[in-house]
Design a protein around this ligand. Structure first.
Ligand SMILES: [Zn+2]
Length: 369
């Protein structure tokens, strides 16, 4: 027998469409999934009582008063509410208050927690997901046009502990593309600018800063310091090299790594999540390209100095950062939900996407079986 909530509440994330008198369709807004059921018209009508002020008993009594000859037993009303609860259409009125997260934090994250309710349908799991987000330290390599937006979105998603690694300073053009930079902060350390911006989102946010770039010499153990999530959004040195270094570290330490952004001639990539032994690692990608591009003879670009390339640009960087942030959220819901082994790029001219898939190489020297 399904469990029924004490004060049934028809969730705001579900739209209700009435069909024939005995038919009702529910549409889950986050997923656009639909559920159509047929039942006694009185049960359909009883939905209007499920606003959190009436108990299951009140709703049963109201039903029997309105439909004295329905022939339905009280237990059918309770079963109906239990069924809707199981389908995440009806919840308990107080589910949000009972999550047990710090009050101000929970209030700030309200919209995300409601969104999670659409996806997860289990209040104790939602509380657990958000608590893990709250406790996880994120290391972001590179907080320029891409990393800055990712840092911002992750702070807005409730991450409170950050390590930012960036050696660069802000310049005039950053004011048109960077999540936090503006004209009053020209020539300042990007990591400092981002750190200040994050603390404005939530004063509880703690940020450590390292003013260097990741190179082959960097001893990652010295900067990771209890990290639970790594993000590579650095464009210097070449992101392909730093990603291999970070990915090997991630596999060895069983940490998720998000390689983000509009790098390497791609302007709005969705970013790939590397999860040890679930997705391909950076070496798997390298092996894939080595095999698939075996006959390709690279020709140097005719322009040697390409420093004037336009790089990150806010509309495209924000697309990439948002796709990346959603990957992170999915990882925290369930690592198996992550968009695995695919590189996707958003193509702004016609709003299409281009994707190719790379399989995990089970013989990979780094992450293979
Ligand atoms: Zn691998």
């Amino acid at each position: 027998m399904p469990v029924t909530p004490k004060y049934p509440y028809l969730r705001d994330g579900v739209d209700v469409y009435l069909g024939e008198s005995d038919e009702v369709t529910f549409v889950y807004l986050s997923t656009r999934k639909r559920l159509t059921i047929k039942c006694h018209p009185g049960l359909v009508q009883s939905l209007t009582s499920m606003r959190g002020r009436k108990t299951v008993g009140d709703i049963q009594r109201l039903f029997q008063q309105t439909y004295p000859n329905s022939g339905l037993e009280d237990s059918k009303v309770e079963d109906f509410i239990g069924y809707l609860h199981e389908k995440n259409i009806v919840v308990d009125e107080n589910w949000f208050d009972e999550l047990g997260l710090p009050a101000a934090y929970q209030e700030r994250l309200k919209r995300q927690l409601y969104f999670l309710m659409d996806l997860v349908n289990d209040t104790s799991r939602i509380a657990d997901i958000q608590r893990r987000i709250l406790e996880t330290k994120v290391v972001i390599c590179g907080v320029g046009a891409m990393g800055g937006w990712i840092a911002r979105e992750l702070a807005m998603m409730g991450f409170l502990k950050f390590v930012l690694i960036d050696h660069d300073i802000t310049e005039a053009s950053d004011a048109a593309r960077h999540a936090f930079s503006n004209n009053s902060r020209l020539g300042q350390s990007k990591a400092n600018v981002v750190a200040d911006g994050l603390r404005e989102i939530d004063p509880e946010i703690c940020v450590a800063i390292h003013s260097f770039a990741i190179t082959v010499e960097t001893i990652l153990d010295e900067v990771m310091d209890g990290a639970g999530l790594l993000i590579n959004a650095a464009d210097e040195p070449y992101i392909g090299y730093t990603s291999v270094k970070l990915s090997r570290y991630a596999v060895k330490n069983d940490l998720p790594l998000l390689v983000a952004g509009g790098f390497d001639a791609h302007l709005a990539s969705f970013g790939e999540m590397i999860i040890p032994r679930i997705t391909p690692c950076a070496d798997c990608y390298v092996n894939y390209f080595r095999a698939s591009l075996a006959d390709w003879k690279p020709v140097p670009h005719p322009v040697a100095d390409r420093s004037r390339g336009f790089g990150g640009w806010s509309p495209l960087s924000v697309v990439s950062a948002s796709a990346s942030a959603l990957q992170v959220l999915k990882y925290f819901i369930d690592p198996k939900l992550v968009y695995t082994g695919r590189r996707t790029e958003f193509l702004a001219p016609d709003y299409s996407t281009y994707t190719f898939k790379v399989d995990r190489d089970i013989h990979c020297k780094i992450c293979g079986n």
